[in-house]
Write a new protein. Structure first.
Length: 175
């Protein structure tokens, strides 16, 4: 089945942070404070998904509180940082929100995402994900982590579902 068939049923987006919402690099200052860079287009995609009523969740092993602030400013409410057991968090999240696995998309990039990606309806990854993650992904974005891959998958889902707004009142759709 084409990945576009899966897009029709997505109600929930779940993302990792490092290597997905960021390019995976960390800048460290002399005090040891770590900085990450996020793509504004990914931010627009997240905000659009939230505004369109989709469930948007972030499950990350990282624990940078600046990431939480950025995501909250985009309207993301379900943010799980410092998550070392991603699959357990996923199961609890789906149960608490009455979400079916087949309606979920997860985007990860590295081995800590392997198990959780096997538990969702549409496992996806950035173009620069590790080979093991690419192998289990039903969709590999043409964009790299931190370079628009999140926007890519969100835009595709919304377009297939006729919810991507080009201008006020005008939707773009493809199948």
């Amino acid at each position: 089945m084409s990945y576009k068939e899966y897009l029709k049923h997505i109600t929930t987006f779940i993302f990792d942070v490092d290597g997905v919402l960021t390019d995976g690099t960390i800048q460290v200052n002399t005090e040891g404070e770590m900085f990450r860079t996020m793509n504004i287009k990914d931010g627009y995609g997240l905000k659009t998904a939230v505004d369109q009523g989709y469930n948007v969740c972030v499950i990350s092993g990282g624990s940078n509180e600046g990431v939480r602030v950025r995501l909250q400013n985009l309207g993301v409410k379900d943010i799980f940082l410092g998550a070392h057991h991603k699959t357990k968090i996923l199961e609890d999240y789906l149960k608490a929100n009455n979400i079916e696995r087949e309606n979920t998309l997860f985007m990860g990039d590295d081995l800590p995402d392997y198990e959780i990606m096997q538990k969702v309806g549409l496992p996806t990854c950035p173009q620069d994900a590790v080979p093991e993650i690419k192998a289990i992904s039903k969709y590999v974005s043409h964009k790299k982590g931190g370079k628009g891959c999140v926007r890519d998958v969100i835009e595709q889902v919304l377009k297939v579902q006729g919810k991507w707004k080009v201008t006020e009142g005008v939707s773009a759709k493809y199948d």
